[in-house]
Design a protein around this ligand. Structure first.
Ligand code: FAD
Length: 400
């Protein structure tokens, strides 16, 4: 593949790049990690993220991958890849404040929803007037999602919902939710599930934030007590929600691989090694540190090249291959290893958090070490990605 951009693509990149630098300085100021708590508290960060969303929306960058018909940018695949590279390089959120909606739920409605649903919901996703969350996992259904038990029963023109979801990111801020519910308990488990769009202000919904190891509260338990949802909020057919959810999950896995700014993290780690000592000498001159950094850096580059390979395949009209599972697995595991190595490099300074005396870079590495493991679990754990690669790509026999 020829990695050079055409003059038009290069012009697009330069314009975007200048726009990002100018506007991120205005919105995020000195924040080095716009997405992390190391620079400020959760509420302030959320307000800035919404402000950033407004900027992206007004400039027409918020949903480059959506068709123009639905208010998106109608960008081609290369422009989308340029956008992702430039945004991730700066540690910015890819889709402003409405990540789930713009990344996956919107595209799912475009393909699997009906016209009323598209008219009703898509535009407000773009403006972030309605923030969305995703209610899939339950206390006893995560990796085995099809085992979910939250029940919905048709009563007149409404579904009546009872049950519980957990780990629901953003539920405490969301206006709307996509919810997977069991509508036929007697059918084989994949065939008795439906996909609903639920207004989070509906009576009977209780959201209880969970505190994560980082001290943030980004995800929640959500309880449903006789919650009435109009039948028209069903996407697809009753009991065919699994197929609809697979479409959403495919977007999640594809973007899951590209959403983590691993290369940025590794480059920043190289920067740290130039400023600290390791075993009594400058870390950047220590052979062990150099070997580790070279290895992490090479893997980060391989990850980027693997994305380019996937992109080339798509440009040649082929469907994305196993790269989505590889990408998710590799990016989140590499991110974890980089964070663990930062721990080793910083030694006794590693656990010092934001505001602590002596904390390196205001505790951003301590924060990253705590945050990194969750990313290997979200959107399908590493073990599940291994299973998918083993069974569907390598065609190995199914494990028992
Ligand atoms: C940061 C974060 C954000 C999240 N956001 C959301 C959200 O917005 N909405 C939502 O619905 N969910 C969300 N989740 C939940 C996430 O999807 C689940 O945590 C994940 O699917 C794993 O499910 P579980 O926690 O029930 O673990 P389990 O499925 O109980 O797994 C426990 C352990 O067993 C392993 N395991 C399970 N089955 C197998 C198998 N067949 N083979 C090998 N190993 C196996 C797993 O890998 C894991 O290590 C989020 C999770 C995190 C960490």
């Amino acid at each position: 593949m020829d990695f050079r951009y055409t003059p038009e693509q290069e012009a697009f990149r330069e314009k975007l790049s200048a726009w990002l630098d100018r506007n991120m300085a205005e919105v995020f100021g000195e924040a080095r990690d716009p997405l992390a708590q190391t620079d400020e508290d959760g509420e302030r960060r959320w307000q800035r993220t919404k402000e950033w969303h407004r900027c992206l929306y007004e400039a027409g960058y918020v949903a480059l991958h959506w068709p123009k018909e639905w208010g998106g940018g109608g960008a081609d695949l290369v422009e989308q890849a340029i956008y992702q590279d430039e945004v991730l390089k700066r540690g910015l959120p890819l889709y402003g404040a409405n990540q789930l909606a713009i990344d996956r739920i919107g595209p799912t409605l475009m393909f699997m929803g009906n016209d009323e649903q598209r008219q009703r919901y898509l535009a407000k996703m773009l403006t972030a007037e309605e923030i969305w969350c995703q209610g899939y996992s339950e206390p006893n259904a995560g990796s085995d999602l099809a085992g979910l038990q939250t029940r919905a029963v048709l009563d007149g023109d409404d579904f009546v919902i009872n049950g519980q979801k957990v780990w629901t990111s953003l539920a405490h801020r969301a206006d709307m939710q996509v919810l997977l519910v069991r509508t036929d308990p007697d059918a084989p488990k994949h065939r008795g599930i439906s996909y609903l769009l639920v207004d989070m202000k509906t009576p009977g919904i209780t959201v209880r934030p969970l505190v994560q190891i980082t001290g943030e509260s980004d995800f929640n338990e959500v309880f449903y007590d006789n919650v009435r949802v109009p039948r028209e909020n069903l996407v697809g057919e009753v009991n065919q929600g699994w197929q609809v959810s697979i479409a959403t999950l495919m977007y999640e896995r594809v973007s899951g691989g590209t959403r983590h700014p691993v290369e940025r993290t590794v480059n920043e780690l190289i920067g740290v090694a130039k400023t600290v000592e390791f075993e009594g000498r400058p870390a950047s001159q220590h052979p062990y540190v150099r070997q580790k950094l070279a290895s992490l850096s090479t893997e980060a580059l391989c990850l980027r090249l693997s994305r380019y390979r996937s992109l080339t395949a798509q440009l040649n009209g082929k469907v994305p291959g196993p790269e989505s599972s590889f990408g998710k697995l590799h990016a989140t595991e590499l991110n974890l290893r980089a964070a663990m190595f930062a721990d080793e490099l910083l030694g006794p300074y590693a656990p010092l958090e934001r505001g602590s005396l002596g904390a390196i870079e205001n505790g951003r590495w301590s924060y990253r070490a705590l945050r990194a493991r969750g990313l290997t679990i979200a959107a399908g754990s590493s073990e599940i990605q291994h299973n998918i690669i083993g069974e569907r790509v390598l065609k190995l026999p199914k494990g028992r």
